[in-house]
Ligand binder design. Structure first.
Ligand code: GLN
Length: 471
């Protein structure tokens, strides 16, 4: 697979054109159709856009992403295209407008080629919860690619697109990146506009890139980051030059190893692979330090209380009246609501709506939702405290490598536990990147996370890039 910097130099040397590049990706999409990574493909539009970029390129005024072909997780709106969120309830729903990230990619001359399969409404860790069938792991098709951005990770790993935009509410960019052996960056909460992102849990959701390299992730982030008047939660914080931090030394960098992330839940091969990377940092002059994030044991419970509460409220809008699917045989208004929702949503989404409604209901609100908010604060303070003495943290991304399809579908708690190292990052609102870290004895990719303080994307991208060039 070719990374964006390779494609860029081939373009510059006149060896190829955007149109050719786009045709190559379309060919691979066709070849790998059985992996089920895409829910829509728009070849004509993509080729037309590619030809327009070629013209600009020859005139010398092409944008920063000329030569990049992108797929978009199917919960990000693109005008006149379907936005299904992997759900039957939005099966025929066509978006009326472009998300800000889509507009920004287009203005930078990236070619958008299709939309990725995903867990329904981004709820899941395996991309088995899609109403359009599961996505297969390319390395072993009986296994899962992680989730919920499984379609995005598979598209990047198999060359269906150069990069993809995913969303991360509790790990959905980083964990599939880890399972598929690619890079996945979850930016700081507020770093990237979410105008046009269908909401799952609004105080957690972030949009970010999946890519083959840290440099490619940096190229995408550079274009999509920054304040947007259409999203009041997007931060008015200036966007640094992320590439300025590439190809740098790590000498003197203070790196924290949170001891709670190396406990019993962790697979021993993953532990060894991450430890090797720690040694590599040390031998290159970084200063390693063990740190403690004492509230780590509460992260899964806190996340699944707060995220489901927000989801139950966000998903109330799918009532059969305003969006998408409406049940055919209904007798009155409330019957229409209840049948449309019962038939339109899948099992996991219904489970979460029930959980979330429960934790918000009178009599339980204080015990669950309010308590959850307080613990969230403590988890955030753990990170604030750690970042007083270190520049970044290093952890595994997931306690295991990819598991077999079907293995965790009957046991939601086991599925939720796959998010043990990723959800804390969303609770705290900090940025995190997952990068490849070798393979296990079955040849399955292992992922490692680098976490930074709020708006510390430059630092984590720099460390990610160091590992790519050093190893
Ligand atoms: N696996 C987590 C969940 O199911 C995270 C999902 C996400 O980040 N969208 O909630």
């Amino acid at each position: 697979m070719k990374s964006f910097d390779v494609l860029q130099s081939e373009l510059a040397e006149g060896k190829t054109t955007c149109e050719n590049i786009t045709r190559e990706y379309l060919g691979r999409i066709e070849e790998k159709r059985h992996l089920n990574a895409l829910l829509s493909v728009f070849p004509e539009k993509a080729l037309e856009q590619a030809r327009a970029v070629d013209k600009k390129y020859h005139e010398g005024n092409a944008g920063a992403l000329a030569g990049m072909v992108v797929t978009i997780k199917d919960l990000i709106c693109m005008k006149e295209e379907r936005v299904t969120c992997g759900s039957k309830i939005l099966e025929n729903f066509i978006s009326l407008y472009d998300a800000t990230v889509v507009q920004r990619l287009r203005s930078a001359d990236a070619v958008i080629i299709g939309k990725n399969n995903m867990d329904e409404f981004a709820m899941g860790s395996s991309t088995e919860n899609s109403a359009y069938g599961r996505v297969k792991l390319p390395q072993d098709e009986d296994r899962v690619p992680g989730g919920s951005s499984g379609g995005s990770a598979v598209a990047v790993c198999t060359g269906m697109s150069t990069t993809s935009l995913g969303s991360d509410t509790g790990g959905s960019i980083r964990q599939p990146a880890a399972f598929c052996g690619v890079v996945g960056l979850k930016p700081t909460y507020g770093r990237v506009s979410r105008y046009g992102l269908v909401a799952y849990a609004s105080s957690f959701d972030s949009i970010g890139p999946l890519a083959l390299t840290a440099k490619d992730a940096a190229s995408v982030l550079q274009v999509i980051a920054g304040h947007d008047a259409n999203d009041s939660t997007s931060a008015k914080v200036s966007v640094p030059d992320y590439h300025a931090q590439m190809n740098k030394e790590v000498k003197g960098l203070r790196v924290g190893i949170p001891k709670e992330y190396f406990g019993e839940a962790l697979d021993s091969e993953i532990r060894q692979s991450v430890e090797k990377k720690i040694d590599l940092l040390r031998s290159n002059g970084a200063v390693l330090e063990e740190v403690s994030l004492p509230h780590t044991e509460y992260t899964i419970a806190t996340y699944y209380i707060l995220a489901t509460a927000e989801a139950s409220s966000n998903l109330a809008r799918y009532d059969g009246a305003r969006y998408g699917f409406r049940s055919a045989a209904t007798s009155d208004l409330s019957d229409m609501y209840s049948k449309s929702r019962s038939e339109g949503f899948g099992a996991e989404v219904k489970r979460r709506i029930m959980l979330g409604t429960y934790v918000l209901s009178a009599g339980y609100y204080d015990a669950y939702y309010r308590k959850g908010q307080k613990v969230r604060r403590l988890i955030k303070e753990d990170f604030d405290h750690a970042f007083q003495s270190v520049d970044c943290l290093l952890t595994p991304t997931s306690p295991s490598t990819s598991f077999k399809a079907g293995d965790k579908m009957d046991d939601p708690l086991q599925m939720y536990l796959s998010d043990i190292y990723t959800t804390s990052v969303n609770l705290a609102g900090i940025p995190g990147i997952s990068i490849p870290c070798g393979t296990d004895h079955q040849g399955l990719p292992i992922g490692m996370q680098i976490l930074g303080p709020h708006f510390g994307e430059s630092t984590i991208l720099k460390v990610a890039d160091f590992f790519e060039t050093a190893s």
